[in-house]
Every structure is written in structure tokens, then in C-alpha cells.
Design a protein around this ligand. Structure first.
Ligand code: NAP
Length: 463
């Protein structure tokens, strides 16, 4: 895949980048290693000062960075700027809390003195996706740099300007040259970097296929990895729920990022007794959503990031209908392009879509739909809801709506996922660990757990 900015709204190729040569890759790896040997001895206070400076740059220039994001991957401009602000938040969070997370932990044993010390590992490779091109990187970089590691970023090939902007922000903030470098390379170069002795660990956010590929290379080298992969999160609504709030949140939870979020609610599992009312309200809200130019502040949903994603989503929806599902709204990219102005006709637009009556053996039940498509199911009771929710290969997040405390307890205990949100949508928050189980991956980002993924948890025992 070419490393290029191709505006998803117009199809225009705006900037193409040459991938790094072998010599350039070797130089950057050498620089990263030399920098690590010095950087690991910098104080936490110094690192925090640099990270706070990065937060300030992000906030001061949010309009500029927001525009880069929207032009590269198509999310509405307000959401792009909110993403930049969230990056500042995660920088400040780790600047403030890393010293506490990384301090020695005393443990009573038969020694006169025994404790845990957290030490950096070295170079960590981050392979990142385009969907939150700033946030995914900062949620790795902020804890990693505070822990004393140095980072190499292999970003998705369609967001090179975001990737370069992030390296520039961290440099301008004061981090030493080499503490965080962007590698403009294709995915075929990832294996050789993971295999390099100087690279100690890797993290990947993206598809199952990419995750499995990197994890197997790292496994052969016995290197630690964290995998943040796909999801098909359930959004369960029982009859005791506040219906209006649940429906409004359902729309936001599915449509966030033009429907291209790993933790978007993708399967709506509604109790039979309220299913009619829920469906009616959901369809009405979908019909009112404005699809169009993401730089227009009135737009709710911009284009999908690439023509391939559009093609794949379209094929998934068509297959589901062919297998017996009913379309309640949307379902055809033409619905958008015929309504849109000429300039948008080359964009990757897909309309808000709801599929229901999905047969139990339909492939959709086992897949991730990465776009504005909701799968709607009816169930008689909480037992059926939990069973259906757990019946996919994924286990990222889950949202469940009920006012009954016994039901809440069952959701917390029985839903197979990395997080459960009761009466709210699944979202990431610097203070809370984030990650999945099953084929959604392993390991955690954010919170205390996130900074401990890439450190040597050294046991010290002194008699
Ligand atoms: P993707 O195709 O897997 O790409 C993600 C990154 O992996 C890109 O940098 C890509 O580089 C690279 N890559 C692709 N194939 C690779 C391989 N064989 N070896 C090494 N690297 C490889 O995923 P995507 O389409 O960009 O992102 C969508 C997926 O990410 C969805 O499944 C979504 O749910 C998941 N996601 C998960 C989380 C989470 O936190 N759990 C968050 C966001 C997204 P190129 O661009 O050069 O191909």
C-alpha cells in the first residue's frame, strides 16, 4: 500500500511519501538505541515536563492537527479536535501519575528488605491504525516515554502526516531526538524490525490478521507484545432501562468515528417487550443523521477512511441481506452519493444502516462491521441477552442498560469482555485500563496497568 494522504471525502491524492530505505531504517534504529542508553537515566520530573509541554502544543494547535486528521481519515472536524484534546489529557495524566505508578513497592518476605522496582525495557515498536491516528499513538507514547522506554512508530500507511506531526510534537516538547521516531514503512518491514535485537517489545492496534502476524514474529523472538484488536461489542437494553437515553446513546456509540471504532457498539440486543419502541426511535434518529463533508461542522458522519473499507462493508451488508436479514434503513452506498453534492461523489460514503432479523447462522454474527451499520437483535430475557452477547469470537467492550441491581451484577460477572459499562457507552479514559479478551487481543493500555506492560518488573531481595 502506498504511503500517502488520500482525502477520503474527495478521493484526491494530496501527498505521497517515499518509504524509508534500508539505510534510513538502520540509522533510526541505531539512534533509538543510543538515545535509550541516555534517556533511561533522565528523571521522571524531566520526562513529565516534556510531556506537559507536548500537551500544551496539542492544545495550542488543535485546529491544525484536527484538520490533518480529518483530511487523512475523514472523521468530522469537531471529533478530530476532540481527539487532539484527549491526547493532551493522556499526556497530563501520565506526567502527573507515572511517579506513583513506577515507585518501588515494598513486600514483606524473609529478606531484610525486598521490593519491586520498575525499569524500562528499551526500544518498543508501535504499529498503529488510522482510525484514531493521534489518540492511539499518544496512549502508547505517554506511558512508554514516562517509563523510560523509547518508541518507534509504524503508523497506518494512509495517515503519514499524522505520524510525522506526532514525532514533531514530541521533539518540540523537548524529548531528545531518537526518543520517539516515526518510520514511514510498509507493513512488510514490520517483521525485520521486531526481529532486531535492539527492539525489546511491540504493541499493535489493528485487525486480527495484522495482530496474529506480528505476534507470531515476536513469539519466535520471545518478545513481549500487547494486542489491541477488533471487536463486535454488544449494547444490551433490558425493559427496565431509560429508553430515550439508551436510544440516544446507542446512536452515538455506533456512529462515533463514522462507525469505525473498535469499541463502537455494533450489536444491539434488545428485550422483546421494548424492541418495537426501541427500533422505531433508533430508525428515526438514523434517518436524521447528516452524512457529508467532515469539514462542515454540521456533518454527523463523514466518509469511510478508504475505498477498500467501503467495499468490504458493502459486501458484508449485502451478504447479510442475502442470508435472510432485513434492512430497516440504508444498505446501499448509492443512497448517499445521489443525495450529495458533486464534489463528494468520489468520497467513500456509506449511509447509516440497520440490519435486523439476522439468522443465527449468518456470517454477520461472527464478524466486525467497521462502519455505520447496526445489527439489531431481539431477545426474550437477560439469559438470552448474555448468551447472544458472548456468542462472538470477540471480547473487547460491552454496554448494558438496566435499572435492576441483580441484572447489573449478572452483566458484570457474566459478559465476556475487557470492560463492561452499565447505563453508559464504552469509552476509553486515561484513568481506566483498556483492552480485550478472546480474539480482541491481550494486554492493557492506559491506567496503572498500561504503564506496567512495557517495564521490567524487577524483584529485589536483600538479606
Ligand atoms: P490493519 O489493517 O490491521 O492496520 C493496522 C496497522 O497494522 C497499520 O499500521 C498497518 O499498516 C499494519 N499492518 C497491517 N498488516 C500488517 C502485518 N501483516 N504485519 C504488521 N503490520 C501490519 O487495521 P485497520 O484496518 O487499520 O484498523 C481497523 C482494525 O483495528 C479494526 O479491526 C479495529 O477494531 C481495530 N482497532 C482496535 C483497537 C483496540 O484498541 N482494540 C483500536 C482501534 C482499532 P498498513 O497501513 O501499512 O497496512
Amino acid at each position: 500500500m502506498a504511503i500517502a494522504t488520500i482525502n477520503p471525502t474527495t478521493g484526491e491524492t494530496m501527498k505521497v511519501f517515499e518509504p524509508l530505505t534500508e539505510e534510513e531504517i538502520a540509522f533510526k534504529l541505531g539512534l533509538a538505541q543510543r538515545t535509550f542508553e541516555q534517556y533511561r537515566h533522565t528523571s521522571l520530573a524531566q520526562r513529565a515536563e516534556w510531556l506537559n509541554a507536548a500537551a500544551k502544543i496539542l492544545l495550542d494547535e488543535r485546529n491544525h492537527f484536527g484538520k490533518i486528521i480529518t483530511l487523512e481519515m475523514g472523521k468530522p472536524i469537531a471529533a478530530a479536535m476532540a481527539e487532539v484534546e484527549k491526547c493532551a489529557l493522556v499526556c497530563r495524566y501520565y506526567a502527573e501519575n507515572a511517579a506513583e505508578f513506577l515507585k518501588d513497592v515494598a513486600i514483606d518476605t524473609d529478606a531484610s528488605h525486598s521490593f519491586i522496582r520498575y525499569q524500562p525495557l528499551g526500544i518498543v515498536l508501535a504499529v498503529m491504525p488510522w482510525n484514531f491516528p493521534f489518540w492511539q499513538v499518544f496512549r502508547f507514547a505517554a506511558p512508554g516515554l514516562m517509563a523510560g522506554n523509547v518508541g518507534l512508530l509504524k503508523h497506518a500507511s494512509n495517515v503519514p502526516q499524522s505520524a510525522l506531526a506526532i514525532e514533531d510534537i514530541l521533539l518540540r516538547a523537548g524529548f531528545p531526538k531518537g526518543a520517539f521516531q516515526t518510520l514511514l514503512i510498509g507493513s512488510e518491514k514490520v517483521a525485520q524490525i521486531v526481529e532486531d535485537d535492539r527492539v525489546k517489545a511491540a504493541t499493535l492496534t489493528g485487525s486480527e490478521a495484522a495482530g496474529a502476524s506480528l505476534a507470531s514474529v515476536a513469539g519466535k523472538q520471545l518478545k513481549k507484545t500487547v494486542m489491541e484488536l477488533g471487536g463486535s461489542d454488544p449494547f444490551i437494553v433490558l425493559e427496565s432501562a431509560d429508553l430515550d437515553t439508551a436510544v440516544s446513546t446507542a446512536v452515538t456509540a455506533r456512529m462515533i468515528n463514522n462507525g469505525q471504532s473498535c469499541i463502537a457498539a455494533k450489536r444491539f440486543i434488545v428485550q422483546e417487550s421494548i424492541a418495537e419502541a426501541f427500533t422505531e426511535k433508533l430508525v428515526a434518529k438514523y434517518a436524521a443523521l447528516k452524512v457529508g463533508d467532515p469539514l462542515n461542522p454540521e456533518t454527523d458522519i463523514g466518509p469511510l477512511a478508504t475505498p477498500t473499507i467501503l467495499k468490504e462493508l458493502d459486501a458484508q451488508v449485502r451478504a447479510c441481506v442475502k442470508q435472510g436479514a432485513t434492512l430497516l434503513i440504508g444498505g446501499d452506498p448509492q443512497i448517499v452519493s445521489t443525495k450529495s453534492i458533486v464534489a463528494l461523489q468520489h468520497g467513500n460514503f456509506y449511509p447509516p444502516t440497520i440490519l435486523t432479523d439476522i439468522p443465527p447462522d449468518a456470517s454477520a454474527n461472527q464478524e466486525e462491521f467497521f462502519g455505520p451499520v447496526a445489527l439489531l437483535y431481539r431477545v426474550p430475557d437477560i439469559d438470552a441477552a448474555i448468551q447472544l452477547a458472548n456468542s462472538t469470537p470477540f471480547g473487547l467492550g460491552a454496554s448494558a442498560w438496566t435499572q435492576v441491581s441483580e441484572d447489573r451484577d449478572r452483566f458484570m460477572a457474566e459478559l465476556e469482555s475487557g470492560s463492561v459499562f452499565i447505563n453508559g457507552m464504552v469509552k476509553s479514559d486515561p484513568r481506566l485500563p483498556f483492552g480485550g479478551i478472546k480474539r480482541s487481543g491481550y494486554g492493557r493500555e492506559l491506567g496503572r496497568e498500561g504503564i506496567h506492560e512495557f517495564v521490567n518488573i524487577k524483584t529485589v531481595w536483600v538479606k
